[in-house]
Ligand binder design. Structure first.
Ligand SMILES: [Zn+2]
Length: 291
């Protein structure tokens, strides 16, 4: 069995969850010992015990399975499975185009488990009530809801990024990973986009986090607002890099990061004539958001 790096996210889609439940929580994603945790406990944890069993229970007997080019979807009705499969494949195409990873394909289809509702999802996954979805191994766990598309886009970005980069490299690039996930979530959901936009205006625009801090994991003890601000900022920075530098540049960036280049070296190679290093991007992004 694959040595599961504990890729697990309970964040995803706080915008809709807030609207639905009025819960002011953000779920967070960690790689290499990825565990969900409340913001106040934001920290790297040691890798989870090497799980032989995934930390969740599947659907009740009688569920339906539907397979597409890149996904194996389980849900209680074929209609739901097919509907989610359409969203999954649309998200997949968008993400791969945005990343420019035309020569990359997942080793095997991603599993998508669609629980009946929030109650069953919480019961079977052990996630907190405000969680909108999670990823584990090569699986995405969600429940049938309006917000599923945003959760799928966010979590799928992580699965693709993680698989492409290789688990050993992931921990250094959380800001890229989460920034991409927020970017894709916003592309998939107008509700998420509006929520992130509001948060950006009220927190980041007035007081951006210096990039030297942004690229490092927020330390333990950070407050919720700080983490939410960080998500809004990394989403904005990645969107800016893709908009200004293009998907080709962005694909070269992550290819060079995967190859072991430093962030500055990778930026110089990926965006020749535009940015030489992270500082250049920071200056250009600050100018952009001040307009
Ligand atoms: Zn995430």
């Amino acid at each position: 069995m694959k040595n599961f790096s504990y890729v697990k996210e309970s964040r995803a889609f706080f915008a809709v969850r807030r609207l639905q439940a009025g819960v002011c929580c953000l779920v967070f994603f960690f790689i290499c010992g990825c565990v969900p945790m409340p913001e106040e406990a934001l920290q790297d944890l040691p890798p989870a015990a090497q799980a032989n069993e995934p930390p969740y229970k599947g659907l009740e007997p009688g569920y339906k399975t539907y397979e597409t080019a890149h996904f194996l979807i389980k849900a209680y009705t074929t209609e739901i499975a097919v509907a989610q499969s359409v969203i999954c494949e649309q998200d997949y195409s968008r993400i791969m185009n945005d990343l420019g990873l035309y020569s990359f394909a997942p080793v095997k289809p991603y599993n998508v488990v669609v629980y009946r509702d929030s109650q069953e999802y919480i019961k079977q996954t052990g996630q907190p009530r405000w969680s909108g979805g999670m990823a584990y191994g090569n699986a995405i766990l969600i429940y049938d809801s309006e917000g599923a598309a945003a959760v799928l886009a966010h979590e799928m970005t992580h699965l693709i990024f993680n698989e492409f980069m290789g688990l050993a490299n992931n921990a250094d690039f959380k800001w890229v990973n989460e920034g991409l996930a927020v970017y894709e979530e916003n592309r998939a959901s107008a509700v998420s986009k509006a929520a992130y936009s509001r948060r950006f205006s009220s927190t980041v625009a007035t007081n951006p986090i210096p990039f030297s801090q942004m690229i490092n994991l927020a330390p333990q003890g950070e407050q919720n607002a700080v983490v939410e601000k960080w998500y809004a900022q990394v989403g904005s920075v990645v969107a800016f890099m893709i908009k200004e530098g293009g998907t080709l540049g962005f694909s070269i960036l992550i290819i060079r990061l995967k190859a072991g280049d430093t962030v500055n070296a990778a930026i110089g190679t990926a965006f020749p004539g535009l940015w030489k290093n992270l500082r250049d991007i920071e200056k250009a992004w600050l100018l952009e958001i001040s307009r």
